[in-house]
Design a binder for this molecule. Structure first.
Ligand code: C5P
Length: 235
């Protein structure tokens, strides 16, 4: 079986507010001495099972630190074909990968957020092992720990939602190339790849991970990611 990683990194990270602003997109913010995106790319490149790592940038991205990324080796490929949404960036990336590599329809694609810098080789290898040859694919996820509330427009609770059976989806999310491309063409409005696969009637596998694989969305997340990376280095 052949595995490739695809990292959509064409977002602006507007929820980071003034920290990134319009100047430096979220994925390039400094984190533990490196641009944030480099941490996830390094883990993916260091995973022996992964043959190639494709990163999808916005066509007008002027921040990609090419010299610093060259140290990650020949697995890393840059595609400048990001779209208006994450799903468009992933779809464009899947097409561009096929144009470079040829017949990869049955290969596995691990899609990973540039904004999840704390993923480890062990997490990636566990996902690959747990999904195995299950054609529905799968993703890392954690069971919801908090009690969930649905609110009205005034910020008052209208409903308590049971957390039983609820999981938070993380990345990587892995699916066969041809299936993911079909799914994203069919359901381009989704916010993750598993949702697109679900619209085809398939049931992707949830692979238990842990909350250290956090997503950097708000400024405080950057501090938590820094803590995870620094403490892991010490361990
Ligand atoms: O904005 P958010 O954190 O949800 O984005 C998740 C991932 O999707 C990030 O890695 C971001 O760079 C990427 N993205 C993209 N193209 C877009 C929007 C987001 O590649 N148009």
């Amino acid at each position: 079986m052949t595995y490739h990683a695809l990292v959509p990194a064409a977002g602006s990270g507007s929820r980071m507010g003034a920290l990134s602003g319009r100047v430096l997109p979220k994925q390039y913010l400094p984190l533990a001495g490196r641009p944030m995106i480099r941490h996830a790319l390094a883990a993916l490149c260091a995973t022996p099972a992964i043959a190639n790592v494709f990163v999808v940038l916005a066509p007008d991205d002027t921040h990609w630190p090419a010299a610093e990324m060259a140290a990650l080796g020949p697995k890393l490929h840059v595609l400048r074909c990001g779209g208006d949404t994450r799903a468009h960036s992933v779809g464009n990336g899947l097409r561009a990968m096929a144009a470079e590599l040829g017949a990869i329809g049955n290969d596995w694609i691990l899609v990973h957020d540039a904004a999840r810098p704390c993923v480890t080789v062990a997490m990636i290898e566990n996902l690959i092992a747990e999904v195995g040859e299950d054609d529905s694919g799968g993703l890392l996820a954690v069971p919801v720990a908090d009690t969930l509330k649905r609110c009205d427009e005034n910020g008052r609770i209208r409903q308590t939602v049971s957390r039983d059976g609820l999981w938070q989806a993380q990345t990587p999310q892995m699916f066969r190339h041809h299936l993911l491309l079909d799914a994203l063409d069919f359901a381009p409005q989704v916010t993750d790849e598993a949702s697109a696969i679900e619209t085809l009637g398939l049931l992707p596998r949830l692979v238990p991970a842990d909350i250290s694989n956090l997503k950097v969305t708000y400024p405080v997340d950057l501090q938590m990611a820094e803590w995870v990376l620094r403490n892991r280095e010490k361990a």
